[in-house]
Design a protein around this ligand. Sequence first.
Ligand code: GLC
Length: 486
Amino acid sequence: MKRILFVTSECVPFVKTGGLADVCGSLPKAFDKKDYDIRVILPNYHAIKEDWRNKMETVYYFQMDNRIYVGIKTLTLDGIQYYFVDNEQYFGGLVPYYDMFQDLERFAYFSKAVLSALPLIGFRPDIIHCHDWQSSLVPVYLNTVFQGDPFFRGIRTVFTIHNIRFQGTWDVGHIQWVSALPWECFQPGLLVSPYQDTSIPRENWNCSMMRGGLVYSDYITTVSNSYAYEIQTPQFGDGLDDILKWRHERLWGIVNGIDTVEWNPYTDKKIAKNYNTRSHKSGKKANKVALQKELGLPENPEVLTLGIISRLTDQKGLDLVNIIMDELCGSREVNLIVLGTGARNYEDMFRYFEGKYPDKVRAKIMYSDDLAHKIYAGVDALLVPSAFEPCGLTQMIALRYGTVPIVHAIGGLKDTVEPYNEIEETGTGFSFNEYSAWALMDRINHACWLYYDRPSSWNALVERGMKKDWSWKNSSEIYKDLYSRM
Ligand code: GLC
């Protein structure tokens, strides 16, 4: 029996802002309970719904370092035991994340609290699997502050990068203050870049918590093969390419899966009409009309309908969308439905285009799981023009729902969407290599042509996509292989 602890800042169904929550919610379920005892620990945010919070039981509480309160709560769901680190002062707000300055202290506390709690709650994992910068100090604390304690001897660590853009970066002075890590951690090559200019005072050196996770963990993974290569280059490595290149033999790219029970057009209760590979033509039309009706768009099952379901941030290629909007809506027979929240400029941009093209564009600036299901089922194609994309889950969900992805061939998008080849009649979507508005528009034009002028080829494309397997079956085998080496 292998005992594994996932440490994460978000996890479905409790709290979600992005794909990290989906992965931490679905991956543990892909392991056989006879051989793996996988548990998950996350903060007990006030943002977690009352219903869940009422179901939690207190396991233990104590004062960490004789001064800071740590409560550990737990609940079991679908056979997985979840732990929640409780502290009103740090996690009592209405949202999971504040600004970076405050989050550094909150997640340094979280990481240390996780390790401090383990001997007290009766769970000694063989492997601690950390996700993203919020838990990246766990391997650092384990190999420094907790090293002398026999309880922790032999515990191995994996660190998974879901997004290298967010690292928990500040100056050494502040990060040392909030983490209380020994000063020797803050040397160039450890939590500090080996290229740091050391002629300036040490307090002012740049420090990255994620770098600590990469240096101190036994293995590093990221969420697709292509991204694993990309982050070893200065263009995508966000200042960490040196350490990733240096440790490349310990860096594995393992593509994410999705929860194929939650995301199944044949059984999905949130959509107007269920369908499968044989009934997708009528199924998608019915869902499209239901969606148009709900959103107040003219009801027309024939119009090519595009969707964007995304956090509205710079990562997601919305600058390209901005450039093509007038050409797209002014001269093409298309609808565009957008769902998401994020940066103010992108929210306003989509609101503006909804005002300008009221019969074609809908901007739902909100987070809604129900509406996401309806959009996946009701649109014909999904735009994912991300500038960079560690994995991306929406394109996989789209494929399963017979919705053709139009993507920038980068990171996980490149690994999961096979470009349409008109001569061989192969592929599952449209993809462009050059990150430009022109290249995106060109792929949309191609999609328009295929949809309106070659419907049988379009339908064959849809069916090839729907038949792909996005469950965790393959990738969980790779994680098992990884765990077995540790
Ligand atoms: C982050 C990445 C996304 C990935 C997800 C889950 O949100 O931006 O590409 O799919 O993490 O790993």
